[in-house]
Design a protein around this ligand. Structure first.
Ligand SMILES: [Zn+2]
Ligand SMILES: [Zn+2]
Length: 245
């Protein structure tokens, strides 16, 4: 691993407990990040209409959240045992298209008190919540996607590490060049063995909840980390310098 001056966190991971596409149980994900020298991760399991159609058999949002949070709870329990900071996030998708949005700055109560939050549109979600939560477009150009609502996010991943998709990271970087006000993030999008700990953010201090994580991002107190995508890391640093100049 490259020398890291700070604490490594992965803002984009999944658990098998909650995400159908996740193949690693939460505790195993945690153990793998510990082995790779990470300090923490954000659990961003999928919350979208297709998930609801599978899980919401009784039309009971609290029951949906019991299931949804099972991956996070398993991750947090293991993290507490082994000293990895486990933070709650979410990856939302709305009925209008297949765009995915990472959401930070939430807790269990927020999820439980906003039922069917994935059943509006991305623009409605941004209008309603943009001053409460941090909304980051995940892999906006994955697999040739062109439907990007640039006005409905605070930022975008420019490094998405999932190896089974064409993530379009170069197009995402170009998107961020058009929007210098965007927060630019990196994440592994961990779904199965071998995905983990390939990309992330370096934080100046430890954080243990989603609000503290969101605050560090909003204050630009982070740097991107991804040895296999170093040119994107360098581009991010260069864009920061240009903004300060
Ligand atoms: Zn997934
Ligand atoms: Zn994901």
């Amino acid at each position: 691993m490259n020398q890291v001056n700070g604490y490594l966190y992965d803002p984009h991971t999944h658990t098998a407990e909650t995400s159908k596409c996740g193949h690693l149980p939460a505790a195993e994900v945690v153990d793998r990040y510990v082995a790779k020298g990470f300090t923490g991760l954000v659990v961003t399991d999928h919350l979208h209409p297709e998930y609801l159609s599978r899980v919401d058999t009784q039309h009971n949002w609290d029951a949906v959240m019991d299931h949804y949070l099972s991956g996070y709870h398993a991750s947090k329990a293991r993290g507490d045992q082994v000293g990895l900071d486990v933070i709650l996030g979410a990856e939302l998708r709305f009925p209008e298209n297949d765009n995915d949005y990472l959401v930070y700055g939430i807790d269990e109560q927020w999820l439980r008190s906003n039922p069917y939050v994935c059943c509006m549109s991305a623009r409605e979600f941004f209008a309603k919540f943009h001053d409460q939560v941090l909304i980051i477009h995940a892999h906006p150009y994955r697999d040739g996607n062109t439907v990007v609502f640039e006005d409905a996010v605070h930022g975008s991943e420019i490094i998405n590490g999932n190896p089974r998709h064409d993530n379009g990271n170069d197009k995402a970087l170009a998107l961020c060049r058009r929007h210098p006000e965007y927060y630019r993030l990196a994440g592994s999008d961990t779904h199965q063995a071998g995905d983990e700990a390939r990309s992330g953010v370096i934080l100046p201090r430890r954080v243990t909840d989603s609000y503290a994580y969101k605050a560090l991002i909003e204050h630009m107190e982070f740097h991107l980390w991804s040895p296999e995508n170093q040119s994107f890391v360098d581009a991010d640093e260069q864009m920061r310098k240009e903004r300060q100049a």
